[in-house]
Design a protein around this ligand. Structure first.
Ligand code: DSN
Length: 414
């Protein structure tokens, strides 16, 4: 990176510090991952110089022959990967993708139904202060208090009561499998469009570790940078009958020029996800999450729903007597990054909630397996028991640094 180190030493210096943090820390934020060097090269490529409003073959600028080629390649690979009829790879990120679906398929004031944010949903699934909550009549379903699970009979009753135009399945803090077929039945019964937001689990679906929503859903949104391990960005997949509405909602409805460098990187990431080794990676994410969850339970942690089927774990720390914010900060000192998170029916605020959320995509990309998950669970346990003892937290970080040396992060030389 001589151009950056010479041209802007200040930014270079900050970047080096972040590189060090990533290389010598355990990354457990379930929505984060490490993109491959090929993905990063495409992201940082000269495609960043181009403007290309419109779609392949129908653009408003000249010089599109190669941008068209790379966007078509990304679309074709995404279709093969997810088995869908139509793909739009232009959304800048997950929230704009969800917004485009609503903008394309709904009228303001229509009723939509998604899982409540504090039960594991997403801001764009109807949080009252978000665009979704302000623009639509949002009905939130919940998980069950006793089990932490989504009760499909309760979802059905709510749908019959409110007759939503759109039902959203797919979450940011729900550790269990999603019953796509049951959601389809409910959507059919009330005449709703069924949308899957698979941002968190797209890599598990692409790698065959989780069932695909494609046969059941009318429209599917996903980010491309979480378990799918591509660049920061998103895409929308849908049945052919919604293709025009979706494309017009993305451009010119909501966005101008797509980020062609990101489109190129999406194509690279989809190519990687089509390879056999991606299946092993997806399966290992789930095995690692189960191993981490099991050891945390042995260590006295109270996990929402009692465990996990996917890449993420939600722990309620009430029995440990430590609020989520304190836990997150102590673990930062120990070199373990995760996030404080509300748990269902949380009496505390989102800024200082009762829980922590963690996941295994990033550590799996580094090549860590079940034995390392046991170590990580023990370090988390020890760090929380010693959360006021900085010396002890830094000792844990020293042990973590030793482990990290054996598991390099793509693109970082240590
Ligand atoms: N920010 C993402 C997450 O961390 O789950 C959701 O959009």
């Amino acid at each position: 990176m001589s151009a950056l180190s010479n041209g802007d030493p200040k930014v270079y210096d900050i970047l080096k510090k972040e590189e060090n943090r990533q290389a010598y820390g355990i990354e457990l934020i379930p929505s984060e991952n490490y993109a491959s060097e090929a993905v990063m090269e495409a992201t940082g490529s000269i495609f960043t110089n181009k403007y290309s409003e419109g779609y392949p073959g129908k653009r408003y600028y000249g010089g599109q022959e190669y941008v068209d080629m790379v966007e078509r390649l990304a679309i074709e690979r995404a279709k093969e990967l997810f088995g869908v009829e139509h793909v739009n790879v232009q959304p800048y990120s997950g929230s704009p993708a969800n917004t485009a679906v609503y903008f394309g398929l709904l009228e303001y004031g229509d009723t939509i139904m998604g899982l409540k944010l504090d039960h594991g949903g997403h801001i764009t699934h109807g949080l009252p202060i978000s665009f979704s909550g302000k623009s639509f009549n949002c009905v939130g379903y919940e998980v069950e208090k006793e089990t932490g699970l989504i009760n499909m009979d309760a979802v059905r009753e709510l749908a019959i009561q409110h007759k939503p135009k759109l039902i959203i399945a797919g979450y940011t803090a729900y550790p269990r499998k999603i019953e796509w077929a049951k959601f389809r039945e409910i959507a059919d019964e009330v005449g709703a469009i069924l949308m899957a937001d698979i941002a968190h689990i797209a890599g598990l679906i692409a790698g065959g570790a989780h069932e695909s929503p494609a046969p059941y859903c009318d429209v599917i949104t996903t980010t491309t940078h979480k378990t799918l391990r591509g660049p920061r960005g998103a895409m929308i997949m849908c049945k052919e009958k919604y293709a025009k509405q979706i494309d017009r909602a993305v451009f010119p409805g909501l966005q101008g020029g797509p980020h062609d460098n990101t489109t190129a990187a999406k194509a690279v990431a989809f190519g990687e996800a089509l390879r056999p080794e991606f299946k092993e990676y997806a399966a290992q994410i789930v095995k690692n999450a189960k191993a981490l969850a099991e050891r945390l339970i042995e260590n006295g942690f109270n996990l929402v729903s009692g465990g996990t089927d996917n890449h993420l774990i939600l722990a309620d720390l009430t029995n440990k007597g430590i609020p989520g914010k304190v836990a997150q900060e102590a673990l930062d000192e120990a070199g373990i990054t995760l996030n404080k998170n509300t748990v269902p029916f949380d009496p505390r605020s989102p800024f200082d909630p009762s829980g922590i959320r963690m996941g295994t995509p990033a550590v799996t990309t580094r090549g860590m397996k079940e034995p390392e998950m046991v170590k990580i669970a023990d370090w988390i346990t020890s760090a929380l028991e010693n959360h006021e003892n900085l010396d002890q937290l830094h000792k844990i970080h020293d042990e973590i640094k030793k482990l990290c040396k054996n598991f390099p992060v793509p693109g970082i030389k240590i």
